[in-house]
Design a protein around this ligand. Sequence first.
Ligand code: FPP
Length: 245
Amino acid sequence: MPSDDRTTIDPEKIPVHVAIIMDGNGRWAKKKLLNRVKGHEKGSDTVRTIVRVSRELGVRYLTLYAFSTENWGRPKAEVMALMSLLKKFIHSEKKEMMDHHIRLNALGQIHRLPGDVKETLKKAMDETRDNDGMCLNLALSYGSRDEITEMVRAIADKVKHGEIPLTAITEDMIASHLFTAGMPDPDLMIRTSGEMRISNFLMWQLSYAEIYFTPTLWPDFSEKEYLKIIADYQGRDRRFGKVAE
Ligand code: FPP
């Protein structure tokens, strides 16, 4: 059954939280004999499309893996180019975010970002703070192991100082010490480019997410394919470890 247009999408079963590992920018550029940065530039256009489609469908949280803690190890020029693209994206999308009530949020070690990027990001987060539409989470200098390590330190510190007893450590309490505190876990996680890994992304939060791997490289990822994946997600039987009714 063709499922690449909106008539095949059940508006009652839109995933509340979609998380995406946007992979394959470098390979896209290489295939076209272009510099890797061109792949990231084209990838930014895909980000714009997917943000728009998510908002139009009624997705409440969209989390995009834009820069991992490991990505700091890339050549300096590529890191700088990614940072500059990010700044450009926030500037150019601010009006769109305000017009459509999108709240911008960041997950990760924001303190490690270059000063100008940090300022631009903080300003946009501040300006969009009260928007009640979709929440756009950019995972920046994000790593799940780092996030979990920080959570353990924070909770251990509270126990050490007698602020909480050991029995107060529950799954909810752990979740409230992660960057995603107060947000529902992702329902759907998509990774592009054919790699079938989680790569240190939301390891606690993805426990019950439906996972979808596509060979498409991120710059080629389209509205059409996104809709197809959402239609596929809607056909899945989510049992959360229980039995079907
Ligand atoms: C993975 O492709 C992608 C990244 C490391 C960065 C993602 C960044 C963007 C999509 C653009 C900027 C972001 C925003 C939010 C505007 P890769 O370089 O690892 O590709 P490869 O595996 O083919 O080399």
